[in-house]
Each structure stands twice: as C-alpha cells, then as structure tokens.
Design a protein. Structure first.
Length: 403
C-alpha cells in the first residue's frame, strides 16, 4: 500500500501538455528568484526522448505559432531549439471558393521574416519538457487528480500516486478532459458548429514557399499550413456526418477529392498521412478564475481552428498569469490571492473576448450562403487586398501583436 505524503506548494499545474508545460517554463524566473514551489501533474506517461535523434512522423499533428507567440517562447529561452523544426509562414492567402476575391498577408510588408511558424506538436512538447527537466519543480507523472477540494488557503489535491498537495494556486490546464472543472462547479457554454475538422499531413508536388492557405467553401473552410520540405498540414472542415465518407476513402480517392475542392495552387497532392476527425464547437468556461484557481487553455476556451488562434490565445493567457503573479509577489501577495487573480482577469478579458468574436464571426460570416452577402464577401477580400493599412492591421492581428 502506498504511503500517503502531504506536500505544500505555491502552484499546482494540472496538465503537462503544451499549455501546462509552457506555464511551468514561464515560472522559471520566479522559481529561482522568489523561491516558488511548483508541481506539475500529468496523467499520461511521458516518453523520455531527450537524448534520442528526432524522427518526425509524417502523421504528426502541428500547430501554427503566431509571431507574438514566438517572441514569448524566445523570452522563455526555448525558441532557438523549437525553431529547428519550424516552418515559417511568409504569406497568408485567403480566398473563397467560387469567388474572385483574394487577400494576401505578407511578412515582408511588415518588415518581418515570418508572420508565424508551423511546428509539430510533439517537437514543441519535447522542447518544453526538456526545459522543465532543468527546473527545480516537482513532477507527478503519471498521476491523476482523484479529488480536489477548496481549503482556507487554496485547494487540497489527492493524487493517484499517493501524494496530497496543498496548493495556494491550482491551474487547470488539462484541456477540460478530466472533469475537474465540472466537479468544482465551473460550467461551460457550448455552441456546436455542426462541423467536423478532418486533419492530416499531405505532400505536395512543388515547394509551398511558406504560404499558408485559408479557403472558405460552402461546407466550411480548408486550411493548408506549410511544414518543412514539401509537406503541409491539412485542416478540412466538413458538415457533421459528411467526414465519415472521406475517412473511408482510399488515399488516392481522398487526394483526388481534395484536389478538386482546393485546386492546384500547391500543385498536385501526392501523399496523405493518417486522417483524424474532431467535432468543432465554441466552448467557453463561464468562470476562468476564482481565489486559488485558474482555468487555462482548452479547459477555458476551445475555438474553431479557422484562424489558428487557439494555442496562441492560451499562451498569452500563460504569460498574463505569470505577469499577474509576479506583480502580486512584489506587493507581498500569494499567487492564489483574490487581487492577483483579479489582475489576471483584467489582463485577459479584452484579448479573449476579441479573439473569440473574431474566430466565431469568420465562421458565421462565411457560412451564410446568401447571394448579396457572397458578393460582398468577394468584394471585401479584393478591397482588403488593395487597402494597405487594413491588410497590415489584419496581419498584425494574425501575428498576435495587435489585441
């Protein structure tokens, strides 16, 4: 029988994925300078690959990292390593099927090398976990939070490895999959899109040149994101139920239908990896902070992937939380105090609401098949491409530099 151990920590991070690991790395300076005691709890066992050669899978999922997020990672001291497997986005090409209107957002127009980068999720995780292994924090992995209860100065967490943690601040960064949010009485508002994202890696016949494509179709948007070499990440939105037929197609038939739908902007689609389907909804937690508790990442907000803003929004939340904690420590307050978390919410409110409205608005605007509106959308894309200040403003928003 495992002996019960009780430990007191300043911050307990539930979830060691990209968001939780980013938070752990962002707390590095406070761990060293202020002596913060931090614990990370992750349910899935982590494979130790730090000293093994990197062999990226053709089927690996990837994320678009905005320019602002790259700057955050640079501040955490991990960007140089992360960038080794990153593919730059130098142009974003936005179009609508059946319409002439096109908008192109170019990095060169803003005087930057890239608007963002596309990085395999597994590589990001490897780099972040490598940095975490250098920090004096407590890893509980694999371990689950079996019970969580409020106490006077935070929360008590009973872990499956026999440890009891008394945490001044508990951060839910588990993607909302554990049910802890619901156990704490935090409800979420869900608005289904009746759409499913089909995600796969595809190989194209000619160099993509660092161009990311967003093409709106009557069934939903198709995104192609540049990866290293002549590979791209496909995010193909389907009406719910329509994805099942394409999941069952042979590779050749699937690529043929993709070619017919997307066109030949990237040449011919020559190869496709494993296809995965994910239902899409707008999910927002009704409460993201209370004394001793913060909800981050997908546990706080799950967005449509149309604008690639989900992880970038979460990372800005990580950095704002650390800034609020640091400001509180300078005032002599604990990380889980009411004042610190009110400061965090004040930093997040406008950014979070704007991004949610922007992403949701795009889906609803391009999802309405009305003749006059369709013509207006086409004219709008043409006009946006011609008006430099508007185009540059949209590019800065895409980079995460304009909230």
């Amino acid at each position: 029988m495992t002996a019960m151990r009780e430990e007191k920590v300043d911050i307990a991070i539930i979830g060691g994925g990209l968001v939780g690991a980013s938070l752990g790395c962002a707390l590095a300076s406070l761990i060293g300078r202020a002596g913060l005691r931090v614990a990370v709890i992750e349910a899935a066992p982590l494979q130790s690959r730090q000293n093994k050669p990197w062999q990226p899978s053709f089927d690996a999922r990837a994320s678009a990292i905005a320019g602002g997020s790259a700057r955050h990672f640079e501040g955490l001291g991990v960007w140089d390593t992360m960038a080794e497997m990153a593919a730059p986005i130098r142009t974003i090409h936005i179009s609508e099927q059946g319409r002439f209107g096109v908008t192109r957002l170019r990095a060169a127009e803003l005087g930057v090398e890239a608007l963002g980068h596309v990085i395999p999720n597994a590589w990001m995780g490897r780099v972040l976990h490598g940095r975490l292994s250098e920090l004096p924090l407590a890893w509980h992995c694999p371990a689950r939070v079996e019970t969580i209860e409020p106490i006077v100065e935070g929360h008590r967490l009973q872990l499956s490895d026999g440890t009891t943690l008394c945490a001044g601040l508990t951060v839910l960064a588990d993607g909302g999959r554990s049910g802890l949010k619901e156990r704490l009485g935090i409800e979420s508002q869900e608005r289904p899109y009746d759409q499913v994202a089909l995600i796969a890696s595809v190989e194209v016949s000619r160099p993509h040149g660092g161009v990311a494509y967003e093409r709106f179709t009557p069934a939903g948007p198709i995104a192609l994101l540049p990866l290293r070499g002549q590979t791209m990440e496909l995010v193909w939105t389907h009406e719910r139920g329509q994805e099942e037929r394409r999941l069952a197609l042979s590779d050749g038939d699937f690529l043929g239908e993709l070619q017919q739908t997307f066109g030949d902007r990237v040449g011919h689609f020559r190869r496709v990896g494993c296809r995965h389907a994910y239902p899409l909804s707008l999910i927002t937690a009704r409460e993201t902070a209370r004394p001793g508790l913060v909800v981050l990442g997908n546990a706080a907000h799950a967005l449509h992937p149309v604008a690639g803003q989900g992880f970038n929004l979460a990372l800005r939340g990580v950095m704002d939380l650390v800034a609020a904690i640091e400001a509180g420590i300078e005032r002599g307050e604990s990380p889980g105090s009411t004042t610190v978390l009110q400061d965090f919410e004040a930093r997040r409110d406008v950014d979070r609401d704007n991004v949610i409205r922007f992403s949701d608005g795009l889906i609803r605007l391009f999802g309405l098949d009305l003749p006059l509106l369709s013509q207006a959308r086409g004219a709008g894309l043409v006009g946006l491409n011609l008006v430099g200040p508007l185009r540059r403003g949209l590019a800065r928003r895409a980079m995460g530099l304009q909230r």
